[in-house]
Write a protein that binds this ligand. Structure first.
Ligand code: RB5
Length: 149
């Protein structure tokens, strides 16, 4: 799978562990950094890069990490066609794909521990949208809301 990943200073160094995990599992990464947690960077810049990579098809899914995961999720969800899920548990991670067809996972590096974060990433990456009619109906309603932006 092609996965775009970005993290601000609050998401570093968890992003390094996630990158290692995903590369080890054979995924192709588009890595937007940061690799320096001492720089005062801004999460919307990473959300834009990762979201655009998903929008334009360079990546199948995206992964964003900031301190809480909240800012990254808020910013990514401003992008048309991006459905970003902030997850702190594995159930939400796989259901966000299966029911809500989410295409970006957001993590809070100051909230979840490394091992839980890696399990959340594995759950999100492995899950697929079920395509069931009730989920398509609900997603169509979300899309209709987006059309009014
Ligand atoms: C950075 O200090 C922090 O505000 C950011 O990483 C993120 O948690 C915002 O939601």
């Amino acid at each position: 799978m092609r996965i775009a990943i970005g993290a601000d200073h609050g998401g570093f160094p968890l992003n390094e562990r996630v990158i290692e995990e995903l590369r080890g599992a054979g995924h192709e990464l588009i890595d937007f950094g940061t690799h320096d947690g001492s720089l005062p960077d801004d999460y919307p810049d990473y959300a834009k890069q990762v979201g655009e990579a998903v929008q334009n098809g360079a990546a199948d899914i995206g992964l964003l990490i900031c301190g809480s995961g909240v800012g990254a999720a808020v910013a990514a969800n401003k992008l048309r066609g991006i459905r970003a899920a902030l997850c702190g548990d594995t159930y939400s991670a796989h259901q966000s794909r299966e029911h809500d067809d989410c295409n970006v996972l957001c993590l809070g590096a100051r909230v979840v521990g490394v091992e839980l974060a890696l399990e959340i990433v594995r759950a999100f990456v492995a899950a697929r949208f079920t395509g069931e009619e009730r989920h398509r109906r609900r997603l169509a309603k979300v899309k209709a809301m987006e059309e009014n932006f």
